[in-house]
Design a protein around this ligand. Structure first.
Ligand code: TXA
Ligand code: MG
Length: 384
């Protein structure tokens, strides 16, 4: 990867960005790029071979649709209008963007919010983007690098998260490299993603409007927008999933899982007594209340530095000193927890732990719902 944050040029003049744009417009191998949420794996959304390249690189089932990334509203409006349309335009001033989305776009774009829109037939978009659905999801990311890349390309970019299918989403260029090395040729490195969890996906085309995936924009802040006061939660967390058909196609797949088995403690569960077999290695992710599980005399003097905001404490478990433990504290702030969560799961995985114990947080408040949604999907066992 080329580390772009070391460049002092304005982003539009970064040679690597131009190279990536040329690759995106000419090749069928996708390009990984940073957004404010997670790294995306982008392709020209108007070309079928390019979009197919995304599914191939990720190993993603092709019935799971992709999000379209635009750099401005003109680009979005073009997608809402049929190509080479010969139909008379009755109202020249009519905006093809549905009115229900206006307050959301004004408040949250550019940013971590994806809206569902009607896909005209015929469409500018490659059919693989929408996986046969009559709608497409679109967002305008706030990352300067992402915006510059899209506008340099001059076409919308279809991009899922740049992880191998089923793995935690990548929040650094190293995560992308780990999952997709050998499958793609360019990763733009913009450093760790600011938000750390994916965008919130909303459907305003139905009544009442629905949140299909919790993410970087909270339900409470969406409710404050005109027309969205009665928005409902249209996703289910692992504990609630019955036999009903999932509404967002991505919801039915195993997701966000590291190799290690994740055991999630809901916030209401009492602090567990973590033990480990002799010679085993467990991972622990603490958030708001858990105190350290490490035996104070065993903790190494120099914690392991990582590329993100936390360090990893290494030591023996106080309650079973024959077992080793790697412990990460993400702190009590929801934004910090969201920012580092996927990274922490991946870091513990990379260090060979077999089990990861995670301290959950309450669903309420800011983007806590997104954090808990991802953790419940990643977990093999939920306590509490
Ligand atoms: O933050 C994000 O949204 C990141 C960055 C890269 O922008 N992208 C991302 O894409 O998370 P992906 O493909 O990993 O997740 C897209 C989600 C899936 O759950 C998918 O099913 C849903 O959006 N989705 C996309 N188009 C849809 C549609 N037309 N109807 C319903 N759900 C849709
Ligand atoms: Mg994803």
């Amino acid at each position: 990867p080329t580390t772009l944050d070391k460049w002092v040029l304005p982003v539009e003049e970064i040679p690597a960005l131009k190279e990536a744009a040329v690759h995106l417009l000419s090749s069928s191998i996708p390009v990984a790029f940073p957004t404010e949420t997670v790294y995306g794996l982008g392709a020209d959304a108007t070309r079928s071979p390019a979009v197919k390249g995304i599914y191939a690189a990720k190993g993603r089932p092709s019935d799971n649709p992709l999000i379209i990334h635009v750099s401005d509203l003109t680009m979005l409006r073009a997608l809402l209008t049929k190509p080479n349309s010969t139909e008379p335009i009755h109202d020249k001033d009519a905006d093809p963007i549905p009115a229900i989305y206006k307050p959301l776009i004004e408040k949250f774009w550019p940013g971590p919010l994806t809206i569902l829109l009607p896909n005209p037939q015929p469409s500018h978009l490659a059919p693989e983007v929408t996986a046969g659905l009559p709608t497409f999801g679109a967002r305008m990311p706030s990352s300067q690098l992402a915006l510059s890349l899209i506008s340099l390309c001059g076409v919308p970019l279809a991009a899922p998260s740049a992880n191998a299918s089923t793995k935690p989403s990548p929040t650094t260029a190293e995560h992308v490299l780990h999952d997709l090395d050998g499958r793609i040729e360019i990763i733009l490195d913009g450093g760790p993603c600011q938000v750390g969890v994916e965008s919130t996906v909303v459907d305003g085309l139905c009544d009442p409007p629905v949140v299909l995936r919790p993410g970087g924009i909270s339900l409470d802040s969406i409710k404050e927008c005109a027309g969205w006061e009665s928005v409902v939660k249209g996703y289910k967390d692992a504990s609630e999933i019955g036999n009903c058909a999932p509404r967002a196609p991505g919801m039915k797949y195993k997701h966000y899982s590291p190799k290690a088995t994740v055991v999630l403690y809901e916030s209401r569960a009492p602090k567990p007594a973590i033990t480990g077999e002799e010679g085993s290695k467990v991972g622990i992710i603490r958030t708001k209340t858990w105190a350290s599980f490490l035996s104070p005399t065993s903790t190494s003097a120099s914690p392991v530095q990582t590329s993100t905001a936390y360090t990893i404490q290494q030591g023996l478990l106080a309650s079973s000193p024959a077992a080793e433990a790697l412990e990460i504290s993400l702190g009590a702030e929801i934004k910090d927890i969201a920012h580092s969560l996927f990274s922490a799961l991946r870091d513990l995985d990379a260090r060979g732990v077999q089990l990861i114990y995670v301290e959950g947080i309450e669903d309420e408040g800011d983007i806590a719902a997104a954090v808990m949604n991802r953790l419940r999907k990643a977990a093999s066992e939920i306590v509490g």
